[in-house]
Write a protein of this length. Structure first.
Lengths: 174, 152
């Protein structure tokens, strides 16, 4: 091998070494950045919006809802009126009454962890309100996993799961 | 002078491209997914790492740090971007580029290809100038001494 080609190879080796060092640095900074940011992405999970899109069922069972609730992996959305919500609701739920605009929905969805599942419930026997709100929320936040808990309020109360009273933390929902 | 202008232009380009992706990682993840190239398990990893790589690369290019490595990486990234868009153009998938912003007006794949080919040409020229500078000069560019020391 000639002296010139050896020299080129050594320069290319320097370039490659530096390139790898920059990539490693970027990986470290990216992982740190993703860890400390409020809405971090779960690194090795399947894409969030795909989890929702692949599921033909947009509902979940009371047991699943309870499991997510106990593991702090869900945020409940109360689709009932502000008056009913204020009287009593699932602990930690946010109120988005039927007919709410997109602005209120966005506000209610703000500051949620990326991997939190939204569980929408109402007290309608057919659960039409919560299903309808789930679809609207899916349009507002396409990356979020959203489920309806059919006959959610009745089931939750009947099973004596945690509830609380008070007004919604979301302004505009009263 | 030519080299400085090229590296600063490319650096600003990477810096600008990284901002929106760092701010909205989930939206960028969707763009990566829509390319239908990476397996599902790698989508979020790419969406998290790539923007920071672009940011660091931009800073390294602008401030002339580890320039040979930064230019090599820039060429590699532009080749990957170009190949990804070309691959989807060939198989008929009309994907959003997502190169600079996750929302807004979208152009056709041909426009993206021409634009990326132009950037690739610029980074290739920058790489050539860096390599030539390294060959012609005994004085190594910034960072080369350190990395040569580290690599021995």
């Amino acid at each position: 091998m000639g002296r010139a080609s050896e020299s080129v190879l050594s320069k290319l080796r320097i370039m490659a070494t530096q390139g790898v060092a920059i990539v490693l640095l970027a990986v470290i900074v990216a992982l740190l950045g993703n860890t400390v940011r409020p809405r971090s992405l779960p690194l090795f999970a399947p894409p969030l919006w795909k989890q929702g899109a692949d599921s033909s069922q947009m509902t979940l069972s009371l047991e699943e809802a309870e499991h997510l609730f106990l593991h702090d992996k869900a945020v409940f959305i109360d689709a009932r009126s502000p008056e009913l919500y204020a009287a009593s609701h699932i602990r930690g739920a946010r109120n988005i009454p039927e007919g709410s605009g997109e602005k209120l929905m966005r506000e209610a969805l703000s500051n949620l962890a990326m991997d939190s599942v939204l569980i929408v419930y109402c007290d309608d026997e057919t659960s039409a309100v919560s299903v309808s709100l789930s679809k609207k929320l899916a349009g507002v936040d396409k990356t979020r996993k959203i489920r309806s808990l059919l006959r959610g309020w009745d089931l939750w109360v009947a099973n004596e799961l945690p509830i609380e009273s008070g007004t919604s933390p979301v302004k505009g929902a009263r | 002078m030519k080299l400085a202008a090229l590296r600063i232009f490319l650096g600003l380009l990477f810096l600008y491209a990284s901002i929106d992706k760092i701010l909205y990682p989930a939206a960028f993840a969707e763009v990566v997914y829509n390319y239908r190239i990476l397996p599902d398990g790698m989508i979020h990893v790419a969406a998290v790492v790539l923007p920071w790589l672009e940011l660091l690369l931009g800073l390294f290019l602008i401030f002339d740090l580890w320039l040979p490595g930064a230019v090599l990486l820039a060429n590699g990234l532009f080749m990957i971007f170009f190949a990804s868009i070309a691959f989807n153009a060939v198989r008929g998938l009309d994907v959003e580029c997502g190169c600079f912003t996750q929302e807004g007006a979208s152009a056709s794949l041909v426009v993206y290809l021409i634009r990326d080919a132009f950037f690739l040409l610029l980074s290739g020229l920058t790489g050539f100038l860096v390599l030539r500078t390294m060959m012609n000069s005994n004085k190594k560019p910034n960072g080369v001494k350190l990395i040569s020391f580290l690599s021995h």
